[in-house]
Design a protein around this ligand. Sequence first.
Ligand code: FAD
Length: 812
Amino acid sequence: MAEFPTSARVVIIGGGAVGASCLYHLAKAGWTDCVLLEKNELTAGSTWHAAGNVPTFSSSWSIMNMQRYSAELYRGLGAEVDYPMNYHVTGSVRLGHTAERMDEFRRVVGMGRYQGMDLELLAPDEIKARYPFLETHDLAGALYDPNDGDIDPAQLTQALAKGARNMGARIERFCPVLAVRREADEWVIVTEKGEIRCEYVVNAAGYYAREVGRMFGREVPMMVMSHQYMLFDTVPEIAAHSAATGGKLPLLRDVDSSYYLRQEKNGFNLGPYEGNCRAHWVDKDDPFPADFSFQLFPDDLERLEWHIEDAMARVPLLGTAPLTKVINGPIPYTPDGNPLIGPMPGVPKAFEACVFTFGICQAGGAGKVLAEWVTEGATEWDMWSCDPRRFTGFEGEEYCIAKGMEVYGHEYGMHFPHYAWPAGRGQKLSSVHDRVAGLGAQFGAYNGWERANWYARAGDDVTPEGVQTWRREGAWFSAVKAECEAVRDAAGILDLPGFSRFRVSGRGVIDWLSAQITGRVPKVGRLGLAYFADEKGRIVTEMSVARVAEDEVMLITAATAQAHDREWLLASLPHGLILRDETDDWSCQILTGPNSRAVLAGVCEADLTLPWLTWQRAQIAGADVVLMRVSFAGELGWEIHSRREDTPGVWDAVMASGSAHGLRPFGMFALNSLRIEKGYRAWKGDLSTDYTVLQGGLERFVDWGHEFRGKAALAAEKQRGVTKQFTTLVIEAGAYDPPYMSTIWHGDTVVGEVTSGYFGHRIGACIGLGMLRADLNVAGTVLEVEIFGTRHRAVVQDDAPLWDPSNARIRA
Ligand SMILES: Cc1cc2nc3c(=O)[nH]c(=O)nc-3n(C[C@H](O)[C@H](O)[C@H](O)COP(=O)(O)OP(=O)(O)OC[C@H]3O[C@@H](n4cnc5c(N)ncnc54)[C@H](O)[C@@H]3O)c2cc1C
């Protein structure tokens, strides 16, 4: 037998489906000098007892992409690595009880088609042709996905492991990782069998990820739920059906009743996601076990009763089937239910591929993504939805438990664009939170910060039901319109806690920053928008840069970008420069609208004639503040930055001054409407690594006369000519605005996608920002946008903001 390895390029900790896929994909990328360490036997974690469902369905573009890739990989894997696998592509029928649910399906059909998958909507009277044993009288319809199916998770893991071994990678079983340490530029992985030195390490430890993370000083944001499925024995009718058709029934998901029901041999597998769910290992009476290999929790059918009865009413044959076995196993959850795949925050050359809730159907895609992170430092697809840095460290245990339980209980819930999920709220409050709440604010959480989404007026419906719709108009709509009109005609104020901000200083800071951004660093006293590209010229992030002094800049960026942008900056920061994260020290109000100058003049002595894109220090209510003359809303305006302890006094003074000038508060929904009319891009919607800076229509932020990261790729792209380009569409959109990744059609061809869509109240039209085949990106071109299954006329606009194209109002 080969000796225990003492060195490797990459060590993967954990041998479930995900760890094995990471090893397989690293080897496939030519990195065969990799070792996987498994504390027990392969599959000993969640993998061994998983139901093995392999859906492609997701309402998230990137998750769907990852699952689609997995399904394609699994089809060929057995033959490729010569390992027989039970993979049944049975298709699936997903039932819809309501009109809203059918809208969700319509959207997913559009996304699926764009990814090359033929999903199909079924009318109620068509469902039985796909699934004969079903009661359909109360259904609104269904979604048929021909790519869905089930796989044996153990065989999948073994096949991936075999494929990896065939290429030269190694697996050490019964080899728990006990500790890690960093020596020079290497990781030393300590096991009972010896130590391994490696360049990179991957935490793929499933529900043990937090324990493994702590070896690196990293607190993984996660918790563990118990999930049960029940196996039912043979039903003669099912056996007869299979014998007659030669196949299995499609996988059934009754998402509005929250369960899946699969044909298992000639019986059933029923798996509910119950609302009255159970977290495990969350208190001292139920401590996390040192080892849970190949173990289960005791059955707990009582809490599934409602679902069992509902399933038996839906598929009466289920009621005739003898229950033979219950599987109750641990599934790890992050606070948003998506896994962690990517760089381990704050830890060099360490990565995460863990906390998978659907790790069987996602393992294939996850391995690809992880291998790209390790070998190339970037991924082909933008994978922000799974990036560990979307969590920023505030997510304590209680928060993780509350959110994990919420996600589990709504595993099949619909994610309406105006609905803010209630669990784990109030993590970070603005110092004027109570004042804002008193004005009727309806809050949403942004990196844990509570911000007003809109302000309800007397009589407005503030129940969850009032906003649980895909439609443009709901409880918030007329209030948001009034907020936008106040900004247009008088003045509005938006309390915006949580902007991420980094002060960077030291000799050489300007040269360093200049090499990181596509444009020029502004002069002292001025502000600018800066775009950071990767080596391929793709859009990594956008920040506002305020030049504080010759050798000092303040970089301000989105709340959710805090960990991501900090790491991006630190990765290239030379010794001698100092970066301070001042996110928690400051707060900000956006004061904007034609009367904003008069409002400010009433509270400070600042020179309010200084032009757009300048900043100055001033005093309001005795407190030092920074006034930045910018407006994401596209009107005359300032951002007022104050120390958090000073913010209440500043807020009160500005509000008092504003009362004579029609000042009213506005929220994030209004800001979205206002910014989209100006064509201002949103990060991780319009701005992502799926697009280059040139595709994003950002060439005016490129200064070709200096050297910067990504320049060579962008110069080459410029010479070739872009094939896809940022566009602005005005859409005759009916009752809905287009969600992310709604497809743009030219005749019968999809020619692009909408990356953000919203209603512009100042121009009174639905606007789509998106990416379009370059030859069609000519003002006046008539296209169509598919929104929830229906195509709507859309007209390409000039490459200029729809509202105030000359920026006269901002410069006023
Ligand atoms: C009842 C049930 C049904 C499910 N059904 C489905 C389904 O139908 N479809 C689907 O996609 N998902 C399903 N899941 C979820 C799925 O099981 C998990 O998402 C998936 O198995 C996670 O795989 P993994 O490789 O990330 O983790 P795991 O399989 O848990 O593997 C982690 C491995 O790390 C090892 N490890 C931990 N610590 C160390 C250490 N210190 N040193 C070395 N090794 C270590 C563990 O022993 C373990 O083998 C289900 C889960 C449950 C509970």
